[in-house]
Design a protein around this ligand. Structure first.
Ligand code: ZN
Length: 316
C-alpha cells in the first residue's frame, strides 16, 4: 500500500459559471484555465477572460447598429426639403436611437451569452487543444514531484473537462493524500457511471470525515455498484460508512430505505441511535421493512440501553 502524504490544499474558488476562470490569449488565441496573465504558448502577457473578449466583441457590434441608425438619420437630414421635415426627422431619429439603446441595454446579458456561445463554437478546436495542454502541464508538474499542485491544476481543468480519465487522475492523487475534514474536498464532480474501486475507496474515506459531501448521486452510484463493492477487500465496511452518512438526513432515509435495511445492523451505536430516533419520529417510515428492521435490531441489541431509553423519555 502506498504511504499517504499529509498535504495542504489551496481552497477551491467557486465561480458563477464554469468558464469564468477560462482565459484566451489576445495574441495567439490559446485557451487556458491555469494562467493568470502570461500565455503558456507565446509567452506574452496577453491573457484575458473569455467573458471580456465576448463583451468587447458585443460592444463593437452594438455600436455598429447604432452607427447605421445615425448615418440613416444624417442622410435623411441632408435630404430633407423643409424645416418641418427636418424637425420630424430629428425627433423620429432621436427616439429611434433612444429605443435602440434601451433595448440593447436590456438584452445585453442574453446577447453576451450568445456571443460567448459563438466564441466557443468558432474556437472549439483551439479550446480543446488549450485544455489538453493544461492537462499535460498538470501531468508534468506531477512527474516533477509536486502532487498537490498537480491535483489543484487538474481540479481547475475538471470544472470544464468532464472526462472519466481526468476524474480518475484526480481521485488517484486524492487517494495519495492524508484527507482531513478541513480540506476543500469535492465528490459530485468526480462521480462516474462505471464502477471504479479507487472512487469507491475515496467515497468510503469521505463517508468517515465529510458525510455532508455524500448526496443523492453518491447513494445512487453506491447502490448501482453494490455487488462490485462487496467484492472489494473492505467493501462491506465502506457500505456501512456510506449508510452512516445516509442516516444524516430524513430525505435519504425515505429515498434509500433498502440500503439502510441491509447495513443498519452493522452501524456504530451512535449512528443506529440516530436512525432509530428518525424512524420513530417520521410518519413516512413508521411502518415497512426499514421500520421492522430497525425495531428488530433495537429489540436484540439496545432494548435495555440507557441512551435509547433517554431518547424515548425526552420524546414522551
Ligand atoms: Zn499566446
Amino acid at each position: 500500500m502506498i504511504k499517504k502524504q499529509p498535504v495542504l490544499l489551496a481552497p477551491y474558488i467557486k465561480t458563477r459559471f464554469p468558464y469564468d476562470k477560462l482565459k484566451i490569449c489576445r495574441s495567439c488565441n490559446h485557451f487556458t484555465v491555469l494562467g493568470e496573465e502570461k500565455c503558456p504558448i507565446c509567452g506574452k502577457s496577453a491573457l484575458q477572460q473569455v467573458e471580456k473578449r465576448a463583451a468587447s466583441k458585443l460592444r463593437r457590434s452594438l455600436w455598429g447598429s447604432r452607427t447605421i441608425v445615425l448615418l440613416l438619420l444624417a442622410f435623411g437630414l441632408i435630404m430633407s426639403q423643409s424645416t418641418m421635415q427636418t424637425i420630424w426627422l430629428a425627433l423620429g431619429g432621436t427616439s429611434l436611437l433612444a429605443l435602440l439603446w434601451t433595448m440593447q441595454r436590456r438584452s445585453t446579458p442574453a446577447l453576451l451569452q450568445i456571443e460567448l456561445d459563438k466564441l466557443f463554437r468558432k474556437e472549439a478546436y483551439s479550446l480543446i487543444t488549450g485544455l489538453a495542454h493544461d492537462r499535460e502541464m498538470a501531468i508534468s508538474v506531477f512527474h516533477g514531484g509536486n502532487k498537490t499542485l498537480a491535483y489543484e491544476m487538474l481540479r481547475e481543468i475538471g470544472a470544464l473537462v468532464h472526462t472519466d480519465q481526468l476524474r480518475i487522475e484526480q481521485i488517484l492523487l486524492l487517494q495519495s493524500f492524508v484527507l482531513r475534514k478541513d480540506m476543500d474536498l469535492m465528490l459530485d464532480p468526480l462521480l462516474m457511471d462505471q464502477f471504479d474501486p479507487d472512487l469507491v475507496e475515496y467515497i468510503g474515506e469521505l463517508a468517515k470525515i465529510r458525510r455532508d459531501l455524500l448526496k443523492e448521486n453518491t447513494f445512487r452510484y453506491v447502490l448501482l455498484h453494490e455487488s462490485h463493492i462487496l467484492k472489494m477487500e473492505h467493501g462491506e465496511s465502506i457500505l456501512v460508512n456510506v449508510t452512516s452518512a445516509a442516516v444524516r438526513l430524513k430525505r435519504y432515509m425515505v429515498l434509500y430505505p433498502y440500503l439502510i435495511v441491509r447495513y443498519a445492523r452493522k452501524l456504530p451505536k451512535d449512528r443506529f441511535l440516530r436512525l432509530y430516533r428518525m424512524v420513530q419520529s417520521n410518519a413516512q417510515t413508521s411502518n415497512g421493512p426499514l421500520y421492522e428492521e430497525v425495531m428488530a435490531i433495537y429489540n436484540e441489541k439496545y432494548k435495555f440501553d440507557e441512551d435509547f431509553q433517554l431518547g424515548k423519555r425526552n420524546r414522551d
